[in-house]
Design a protein around this ligand. Sequence first.
Ligand code: CA
Length: 401
Amino acid sequence: MNRFNASLASANVSHIDSSRGAATPAIILGLVAALVVVFALLVMEKSHNYIANADEEMHEANEANGLAANNGETFEWRMVTSWPKNFPGIGMGPENFAELVNEMSGGRLVIHVYGGGEIVPALGVFDAVSTGAVEVGHTGGYYHIGKIPASPFFTAVPFGMNAQEINAWLHHGGGLELWRELYEPFNLIPFAGGNTGVQMGGWFNKEINSLEDIRGLKMRIPGIAGEVFQRAGGTAVTIAGGELYTSMQTGVIDATEWVGPYNDRSFGFNEVGQYYYYPGWHETGSNLEFDINLDAWNRLPEDLQAIVEAAARAVNQDMLDEYTAQNAIVLQELIEDGVDIRPFPDEVIAELKSIAMDFYAEEAEKDETFAHVYQEYWAFFEKLQVWHAISEVPLYLNRDN
Ligand code: CA
């Protein structure tokens, strides 16, 4: 008998003396049962507190990470773009994105899309989203080369990656993380937002037979390609797409690049441009972007963030599919219309490439961030080139002869 039972026994000794033998085990059992109940209640209370604490901790952690649970709250965003409203391909990307997000979220995140110039200038998208004037934008990274010299690596750079390669780098080669680091100081989080595939060299109202012919030529050509064009002796300007037809028609510019057959015919460049040159050495697979204001992003519950991410990824692939199909279809029509389609002379391409490579090296000397992005981009690109040299390249050469 332990001390506990001994004291019980002595407490009961005076008045239950006669029934002592039978009563003691019953009382002990009763007390043990009561203790078990009390203990169980304590455990339940403790585990309840534990769950409540865990819930609270998770909630706090989510808040710290900017993640909020879905509590049915609805959100309404404005999306500005650099393209005319509903423009084929690039202009439909943001429309498709908004529709997908709306459907997938059951209307919990509604996005209103505005064309370039409707509420902010076509080339003012980056600033509008960065300052939080609007929540999201769809644009091209190379338009903000003035703020971020390395931004064109995430759109297109001369003699760079094609669409398949840039998607590989962004989503499976560390590119996206690097891109997000680059935009973070501007309070933005970027997502790949569609790709045009390799572009055409552009529409020229002067024949290009040698590099001499570029001297004095005024061309709309943005990003690093514009810098290269300047070094080749030309004058590079960045003009929003919607103004290009008139600029070509009135002779404000002698040449313009835009995208490729599908989009170039939408703008009617075949009516104002004499020669249609290829290839698009300057835009080898232009990746567009959804830029989301970081505060707006952090306010979204986790499930809406996942929906936004998935919708962007779907639109990214769909746009490339559309361009690949439509460029092929419209090219056929341009050929039938008798458009003068011609390649740049090999020596012109070789010289432009040499100028581009010098530019990268010199810019890397001047700007540490540019150097870092350039090295990361090129290191992955070289791996892709070795692989594609025994896969895509010989396939094209052998298959299409
Ligand atoms: Ca272009």
